[in-house]
Design a protein around this ligand. Structure first.
Ligand code: P53
Length: 478
């Protein structure tokens, strides 16, 4: 194989996870309930995802795969040893807010929760794996939603700031890379999954969502400030669900619509990265009668506390059109709603496969922000078959990843600074979008099925050996 020289020596290869999707032990160690603990498996789960939450407790007769997930809570040593065997330089995980503050508004943090992450970080550092921590990955303590209405309420800023400061003080010697909110732009698409927002009847959706977005943006700014004060030398980033929007045709109407859809996401990152509301958002607010309540200090908080790097997930590019006929042909399973791109193959779950789109997205973000990028999610969700000789031949995954790595290498040669790459779900875990175990991303197979059966045994897939080689050769391509 040809060795690529594009990747810098200190490039952070690794994998990415989220607490709710892998830890399990959802009420152990004093943990409180979080919003994502209330999402069962099944098609009707979307009702909850859309915000129609009529109870704040798990329901009889429903199955919640994330309650046990893959039991990382009890098996993290074994799992981290496997990551180390692959040569991981970093591991992205999120902290479950409700392990630290079970209700969200508690006076004191929960020591058992703090201790758990101390142990996980120690285990990672023992293997020379750098922890990369997401402070909030979709999980809001349920009590904060029930009592305060979650991010609709400005009080959330204070609860979040206290939570973030508690983490910085406790883990300052162990964690150098942080991100505030996972896929912050998801708030506009899946308000319940993205931000624990339950919309009530009669509420003006846009008004509520953008006010909640403002609260998250201020909370993010205050976390950036605290991080810089408490941990000198740390880097803290934002996190965008990325994927450039392509116009379906060269019709200027299509091109403009694609730009608008991109800005729908960039609005968050423009603020987190450049420190102020962009003009196009002010116009959108004006023309749609959206009035954001702000405090006098907010503008300064945003301007003085911009992020150090742009973290983002990339699964696919998107495509849009103004032609009603073309619009009818949208891909399934894509929360952002995308017109089917005739040039792309799709995954089993209907997500477009577009390696070149990763190079395009990297260049676009680099040109727009001029800050280092961190690719903190990417990968192929697929059905895997465990073979009798106790392996999984996931050549399709290797092919997907290899083609994306090649484009990442191109982006680096284009002059884009990339800190690292963490593929999504290096060990199989529960899907955020569908709740399934069957949608697997891992290098490590976990024996667990959609219905909760299975031994939870871990098995190395073909891609495990392949990724180990890639890391050992710092980006070698076959
Ligand atoms: P899954 C779609 C729906 C929900 C979360 O997704 C998503 C997306 C894709 O943009 O975002 C991220 O598990 C998220 C992860 C999630 C991953 O995509 O539906 O940050 O939590 O697991 C993959 O296949």
């Amino acid at each position: 194989y040809e060795k690529l020289t594009a990747f810098p020596e200190d490039f952070l290869w690794g994998g990415a996870t989220a607490a709710n999707q892998l830890e399990g032990a959802y009420l152990e160690g004093g943990k409180g309930l979080t919003t994502v603990d209330l999402i069962p498996i099944g098609d009707h789960r979307l009702n909850i995802a859309l915000g129609n939450l009529d109870s704040y407790k798990p329901k009889e007769g429903e199955f919640y795969p994330s309650h046990e997930a893959i039991d990382f809570y009890h098996r993290y040593k074994e799992d981290i040893a496997l990551f180390a065997e692959m040569g991981f330089k970093c591991f992205r995980l999120s902290i479950a807010w409700a392990r630290i503050f079970p209700n969200g508004d508690d006076a004191e943090p929960n020591d058992a929760g703090l201790k758990f992450y101390d142990d996980v970080f120690d285990e990672l550092l023992k293997h020379n794996i750098e922890p990369v921590v997401t402070i909030c990955h979709f999980d809001v303590p349920v009590h904060l939603v029930e009592i305060y209405g979650g991010w609709k309420n400005r009080k959330m800023i204070g609860f979040f700031e206290k939570y973030a400061k508690t983490l910085f003080i406790r883990y300052k010697g162990k964690v150098k890379y942080w991100m505030t909110f996972n896929e912050i732009n998801m708030l506009l698409h899946l308000p319940y999954i993205g931000a624990g927002i339950v919309l009530q009847e009669g509420e003006d959706k846009q008004q509520v969502l953008y006010q909640a977005a403002h609260h998250e943006l201020i909370a993010s700014g205050l976390a950036v400030k605290a991080c810089h004060e408490i941990i000198p030398g740390a880097q803290i980033g934002c996190m965008l669900a990325a994927g450039t929007v392509y116009p379906y045709s060269p019709n200027p109407e299509d091109v403009w619509k694609a730009m608008e859809e991109d800005r729908n996401s960039f609005f968050f990152i423009d603020i987190q990265s450049k420190g102020a509301y962009p003009g196009y958002t002010k116009r959108f607010f004006r023309e749609n009668g959206i009035q954001i309540e702000m405090k006098p200090e907010d503008a300064d908080i945003l301007m003085q506390n911009t992020v150090d790097f742009i973290g983002f997930s990339y699964y696919a590019s998107r495509c849009t059109s103004t032609d009603p006929e073309i619009l009818k042909n949208s891909t399934e399973g894509n929360v952002f709603g995308s017109v089917k791109n005739p040039y792309l193959q799709v995954s089993e779950w209907g997500w477009g496969i577009d390696p070149k789109g990763l190079r395009i997205t990297c260049n676009q973000l680099h040109d727009r922000y001029g800050k280092p990028l961190f690719i903190v999610e990417n990968g192929l969700g697929a059905t895997d078959v465990l073979l009798e000789n106790d392996t999984v031949d996931d050549d399709y995954r290797i092919k997907y990843l290899n083609s994306h790595f090649a484009e990442m290498a191109e982006a680096i040669q284009d002059g884009v600074e990339i800190l690292g790459y963490t593929s999504w779900g290096p060990i199989d875990l529960v899907s955020a979008g569908s709740g399934e175990m069957k949608k697997r991303y891992g290098y490590i197979y976990v024996d667990r099925n959609n219905d909760g059966t299975g031994s939870l045994r871990r098995v190395r897939k073909s891609s495990f050996h392949w990724y180990k080689d890639v890391i050992a050769n710092n980006g070698a391509q076959y």
